[in-house]
Design a protein around this ligand. Sequence first.
Ligand code: NAI
Length: 331
Amino acid sequence: MKIAVFSTKPYDIQYLKDANRRTAYQFEFYEERLNLRTSPLAAGFEVVCVFVNDVLDAEVLQSLKAGGTRLVVLRSAGFNNVDLKVADELGISVRRVPAYSPNAVAEFAVGMILTLNRKIYRAYNRVRDGNFSLEGLLGFDLHESTVGLIGTGKIGTLTGQALSGFGCKLLGYDKYPNDHFRQIGGSYVELPELLAKSDIISLHCPLTAESYHMINAGALSAMKDGVMLINTSRGGLINAVAVTEALKSGKVGYLGLDVYEQEEDVFFEDRSNEIIHDDVLQRLLMFPNVVITSHQAFFTKTAMRNICETTVQNIVDFEQGKSTANELHAN
Ligand code: NAI
């Protein structure tokens, strides 16, 4: 089988080649993102392999179908970038990697909380510059702080579990509550109560039509003054303009973003010699209490190995006509 791999970085090539040792599929690696302009590159490939910022809307899927693509394999858990309804209509199978290392993302979310609270990013730069003052570095004890987790699936629960080790109280809001979160000491509440009571709010639910901009001006105004907001899930959960206003007023005291709604225009590339034409992102980067990373929460050796092994297995299963739980459909 011939597989066109989009959004390829050197680490993707290394881990996909390792995972492909026994199967010997023919990979063609493209650095380009998949979109309507680049979709002709996939012509003649039965399988297309994509990542989080590749675009698989109706037009792109139609173009892939016309080129003979029958399977799309996602090197990700999130699938908000794929029009599943159209994929179903076109008979293109879509398969993902549902869990490659929830620990990696949970550990990163906790890292962001510690970094922001204790201002480690500022201390690092300050000391390197010969400034040993503690002024402005005051943090708070996580012990007995209230953490609100929006989405208590695999990553949300692991984040809660780690934070309960620090002695945090855990509140959860989820459309589908589960016992595992209760077992780690979490209490489920409705969203308004979580927003009002949490010192730290961390987002771990998928981006859907329903959750789009769930953190908007109204939700922000319901939060505690000086709240810490962490998003390692998907950028579209937060209205970045509203959060900028909340940072200006002091309502949000700390912001940690590993994802950003317009990230496909900037993330994963070295833009250090360019002017970034995203005024909202530039404004966010100017606040001293904001830490932004480039969608790296997943990025561990374990996760890369699991992503690439499951991706190859998804292709094997498709080739053998097997339906599995990794297959995605609109309903
Ligand atoms: P999961 O499916 O185990 O958990 C998601 C939870 O969100 C479920 O319990 C579900 O019931 C809940 N949920 C769904 N819609 C909701 C809504 N509208 N409001 C509240 N809760 C809702 O998924 P997992 O593995 O924990 O991943 C969570 C998210 O993390 C993914 O959707 C993905 O967007 C993001 N992610 C980010 C990565 C990164 O590198 N930054 C890497 C991997 C995932």
